[in-house]
Design a protein around this ligand. Structure first.
Ligand SMILES: [Zn+2]
Length: 303
């Protein structure tokens, strides 16, 4: 089942949604949110979150899957309202978050998206630089104990980006891993998203397919429950292989890389209905990354 609405996903996980994305709130004695969407969704997100808090509470942890602008946009406003909230991510993500000009660029993308939607965001460029101090670096297999027998285990899943990390909620067997799990856009419409490495992405998918996952959080649009979770991972792996074969064949025919990704990107963008503005820019970067990653694999195999 594809669950898009706000509500309980499993015993210890509540899904909160905004028009831009959906997020898991993991509820032990303490609360953790996994990823925070874009800044344009911050007001709606904070409103949804306050309905999950117990009286006087707040979010204790933000767990970040990777440093892409559309996953980190709500971090400053959540940390403003929950001052003790800790930011947790992988060592590679932390390295990116320590770069001031990278944070300023992410803020600019969030601001431009909010401006396009005529939404005012509460945080400034300066806030962005101040609110991204990392409190805890998490490694592969490390867990955050939220109390009440609820834990979140980190799984390093490179391939979408080098820093992508998945978070498995135990004992619920519910996972959120950003675009490591590809995209689901309705029945039979899936997309893969390996901008750093095709081979790493496939290995990460294989790692996930060996787990028993009862709920799979999609990067922007709800959760797949039951058999659909495993089926989706298989389909995204097939989608990745199909793209690899397509790009390999085009290269063998002598088509140039720029032309290959421009053609594929335009086809996908219309099929997936990617909105104009920063999302389109992001999509172009993603498809270019995928095509270049395949070309690099082929070069390495031929040398
Ligand atoms: Zn991403």
């Amino acid at each position: 089942m594809w669950v898009k609405s706000q509500g309980s996903i499993s015993e210890n996980v509540v899904q909160v949604t905004t028009v831009f994305s959906s997020h898991f709130v993991v509820c032990g004695d303490e609360l953790a949110i996994i990823d925070t969407g874009v800044a344009a969704g911050e007001e709606a997100l904070n409103r949804q979150l306050s309905s999950v808090y117990e009286d006087g509470g707040g979010i204790d942890y933000i767990l970040l899957t990777h440093a892409h602008f559309d996953h980190m946009g709500g971090i400053p406003s959540i940390r403003k309202s929950s001052e003790s909230c800790k930011l947790v991510c992988s060592a590679k993500t932390a390295e990116m978050l320590s770069n001031k000009s990278f944070l300023e660029e992410c803020w600019a993308w969030n601001k431009s998206l909010a401006d396009d939607a005529s939404i005012k965001i509460s945080t400034t460029k300066k806030d962005w630089v101040n609110y991204f101090q990392v409190d805890k670096i998490i490694g592969d297999g490390d867990s955050i104990d939220l109390g009440d027998d609820v834990q979140v285990k980190a799984i390093l899943l490179p391939g979408h980006t080098e820093d992508t990390t998945g978070y498995l909620v135990i004992p619920d067997s519910v996972l959120q891993a950003g675009e490591a799990v590809g995209g689901y856009h309705g029945r039979d419409v899936r997309s893969c998203a390996f901008s750093s490495s095709y081979r790493d992405y496939i290995e990460s998918l294989d790692k996930l397919m060996s787990l028993e996952i009862r709920g799979l959080g999609l990067p922007h649009a709800g959760t797949l429950r039951g058999d659909l979770a495993a089926k989706h991972l298989i389909a995204v792996r097939e989608e990745s292989d199909a793209l690899y074969k397509d790009v390999s064949a085009r290269i063998a025919e002598g088509q140039v890389i720029t032309e290959i990704f421009e053609q594929i990107e335009a086809d996908w963008r219309s099929e997936l209905k990617v909105p104009e503005g920063p999302f389109t820019a992001n999509h172009k970067k993603l498809v270019e990354g995928m095509v270049r990653s395949i070309a690099a694999e082929l070069d390495a195999a031929n040398s």
